[in-house]
Design a protein around this ligand. Structure first.
Ligand code: RNT
Ligand code: ZN
Length: 422
């Protein structure tokens, strides 16, 4: 598109927002300061590289689809991530899972992993100007097959996973030290049961005890921060999930840990957006897993829907954008994976920009004066403002393609790189 047209459209949009009291330049500055923590696992259907045959199994999460050309090696995954990042405006982080270590063909069990297995990622990150986040992997493993890990009643199983998570925290601290800013270590475990469970309290007490053991080692806050991610149910854990919302909210608040809200981990009609202003009454930081549940925690590619928009609206309205770590969590193997990554990441950024362009003061003053029709009318008006012109200009300014250039860019990469993977 002709740069002069992008500019012309932007100037008209900027003036239109200015009439409502919105400072577009400031909104773009805030947007530019946000780094998404892009999940590595969209690239290979949450398989990881522990063995050549490694694939997602169990844990209540699932990837469907067999689109050809998924990354088979660390090198291919890195190449795909570099491509994805080149198609996004702004600087973003990479979120790794423990199963993505550089194991060089050796069988390293989860209770044996070490910072050295992630050294090549640290080097890659430095070379690409990317900061890393990390996750322990408590699924896709024989010792997770019975459905319980940190809350298992089998002490040997529990100890195995405690050791794994302890090591993952050290790996996170190693990454954080190397990159000169904290690496967030997020903990999600699949523990739960398909059917009516009687000793719920027993499992939850075990989980609390295991977590206390896992977090016993003090690691410098300048190098790593701990987050815990709750869930409502999974495939095969429909009746009981040990790490529920209440469990982790209590844990995080009493132990000074970060909470992680995943959009797919609540009742389908429950608003995660509405939790933001509640939780920020009690915490200083928050981790999000932006995702798209379709009837269940299906982890569809994020789009700019009402849920994601209102989530960011609440983050911005509460004045806590700088304290919110925005992780992505979706995995779709049924469409072009690089394309899925790009569309989902850009949708998150667009939703955030939309929220940043809200004339908050005007809306709040309508609200405070009881002019509730006016509040509603203005919220409706915003939907038809030239938001796209601001987004286009932001992309152009940041040397990223416009939305209308994405299809071609992804297809060209598919043809020249991905199609060669048989
Ligand atoms: C699972 C959780 C968790 C995972 C990733 C792979 O329901 O959302 O965050 O998706 O760790
Ligand atoms: Zn998640």
């Amino acid at each position: 598109m002709n740069p002069a047209n992008i500019n012309r459209a932007f100037e008209i949009a900027r003036d239109r927002y200015a009439e409502l009291g919105v400072d577009v330049a400031q909104a773009l500055e805030h947007l530019g300061a946000v780094s998404l923590s892009i999940h590595c696992w969209q690239g290979d259907d949450v398989g990881g590289f522990e063995t050549p045959e490694a694939r997602l199994s169990g844990g209540g999460i699932q990837v469907t689809g067999g689109f050809p050309g998924k990354a088979r090696t660390l090198a291919e995954l890195r190449q795909d991530i570099e491509k994805v990042m080149s198609l996004l405006p702004g600087r973003h982080r990479l979120n790794l899972h423990a199963i993505y270590g550089d194991f060089a063909g050796r069988r390293i069990d989860r209770d044996q992993i070490e910072p050295g297995h992630f050294e090549s990622w640290v080097q890659w990150a430095e070379a690409n100007g990317v900061k890393l986040d990390f996750n322990c992997t408590c699924f896709s493993h024989p010792k997770a097959e019975a459905g319980f890990t940190l809350s298992s009643k089998d002490e040997a199983v529990r100890c195995f996973w405690i050791e794994h998570v302890k090591r993952c925290r050290r790996i996170s601290a190693y990454m954080g030290e190397k990159q000169g800013e904290p690496c967030i270590h997020n903990l999600w475990i699949p523990d739960g049961a398909k059917d009516l469970t009687v000793d719920r309290f027993g499992y939850r007490r075990l989980l609390r005890r295991s977590l206390d053991e896992v977090y016993r080692e003090q690691l410098p806050a300048s190098a790593m921060k701990d987050a815990v991610e709750s869930k409502l149910f999974g495939i095969g854990s429909e009746s009981f999930v040990v790490g529920s919302h209440e469990f982790y909210m209590g844990y995080a608040l009493s132990r000074g840990k970060l909470l992680c809200f995943d959009l797919g981990h609540f009742h389908p009609t429950e608003s995660v957006a509405d939790k933001i202003s509640s939780i920020f009454c009690f915490v200083e930081e928050l981790l999000l897993h932006v995702s798209r549940p379709v009837r269940w925690d299906s982890d569809h590619v994020v789009v700019m829907n009402d849920e994601v928009r209102s989530l960011f609206e609440e983050v911005v309205r509460s004045g806590h954008l700088a304290d919110t770590h925005v992780g992505l969590d979706f995995f779709d193997g049924s469409i072009n994976r690089v394309g899925a990554w790009v569309v989902g990441s850009r949708a998150a950024l667009k939703s955030l920009l939309f929220a940043l362009l809200e004339p908050r003061q005007r809306l709040v003053s309508f609200e405070e004066r009881g002019e509730l029709f006016a509040r509603l009318a203005l919220l409706e008006e915003l939907k038809a403002l030239p938001f796209g012109a601001v987004w286009d200009a932001y992309c152009a300014e940041n040397d990223a393609p416009l939305d209308r250039e994405i299809i071609e860019a992804v297809q060209a990469y598919q043809k020249s790189v991905v199609a060669g993977r048989s």
